[in-house]
Ligand binder design. Sequence first.
Ligand SMILES: Nc1ncnc2c1ncn2[C@@H]1O[C@H](COP(=O)(O)OP(=O)(O)OP(=O)(O)O)[C@@H](O)[C@H]1O
Length: 455
Amino acid sequence: MYTVHPNNAECFYLRLLLVNVNGPKSFQELRTVDGHLCQTYREACQLLHLLEDDAHWDSTLNDASTSAHPQQIRMLFAIILSTCMPSNPLELWNKYKNYMAEDILIRMRHHARNPDLLITLEMCNEALIIIEDICLTIANKALVQLGMTAPNRPMHDLFDRELQREQEFNCNDLRLFVQSNITKLNIQQKHVYDTIMQAVSNNAGGLYFLDAPGGTGKTFVISLILATIRSDQKIALALASSGIAATLLEGGRTAHSALKLPLNVQVIETSTCNISRNSAMAKVLRLTSIILWDECTMANKKSLEAFNRTMQDLRGNQQLFGGALILLSGDFRQTLPVIPRSTPADEINACLKSSVLWRYLQKLTLNINMRVHLKNDPAAHEFSKQLLEIGDGKIQIDRTNGLIAIDVRDERKSGIRPSDVVRLSATNVHASSDNDHSVKSKQTQMKEKGFKTKR
Ligand SMILES: Nc1ncnc2c1ncn2[C@@H]1O[C@H](COP(=O)(O)OP(=O)(O)OP(=O)(O)O)[C@@H](O)[C@H]1O
């Protein structure tokens, strides 16, 4: 007589029925118990009391539910399902599902800031998906193969925090924001806005770099692009290299935290971001219409290259960034990548301009300083001109101390007291020598006026 392993579930139960039921004339008759046609052979076996009852699994889960963490109960249930063949796993699930989804409930209460939130179908579904993933790892079997109902994976997307977070914007507010600001764009900003919106609607991807010195309205244009895309209920990911720049963008996050950028770029040549294919972030990166990365000039070129490799892998597409639309923005006159204990040459080498990706970038430029333009202040104009000259290296560096000298307004003539002036230094060493100098000159002035000074 042929034997069947219990892993081959329905065949095993069919064999059990064939051995125990006398004279069946059809498979349908085999599944009929007391006039009731069962859905599966397993159910027929249960009704005929041919299976062991689940009392010991029930008491095991009962013990766990009073003392173990939900994660441990889920693991225990997945092991029972995939290796112990309980006769009625659905009954066990229904009895203990609330314990298995308790941590998810607590997480949702925290996100919703509502301590009275009760357990929902979505939360149980989330727990079921985790259990199925464990069963797939242990026995390579989906829940339907183990006598359970299949979890609803699309529902998981609705429940997904990463996706939710990128979709929870108020479309009406965003539309109003776009309507009131789009008319304010200057001609250069309008060109940038139109180019990017065209690329979004063509859905053809592309890699753009918005080169704009400080004050030319980078953040203004980027915010408008983000609002336009999000008001159409599409996903637009806003990233920045620094936390401060991220806070200036609606829904902005630092690139390191959102993309899990590698920390070992100096050591590993072809590193990738720490995002797995099944993670929530991978889903966002597949669905997003655009990824905006402000201050990308501060990022190490290898981080961008790692992101490029990750996107190609996640989207299964060998085009640049897996065919996604990327808008990088920044100003090379501002801070470059910071490499500890490095020479200026190391910094230049780590810069985006030295990357193989640079030649594929389509460059967009803004150079009308909106801070000057809006305030019509000649001093602000002079300041922005000096800033550009410094950034462009047009001002000579003093070889002896590495400093640059620029004309500043005469403080006495303009009536500005030294205490009203903000002094910026490139390094802590220069800041401290500037401090010493200020303190000494103050002491001299006080002596002149006849005060006694303490050292
Ligand atoms: N078209 C515009 N109409 C009205 N205000 C604008 C416009 N463009 C920019 N601004 C304003 O000009 C100021 C500077 O713009 P923004 O902060 O976007 O520049 P930025 O290039 O990001 O500067 P930084 O690099 O220094 O952060 C902001 O107050 C912004 O609101």
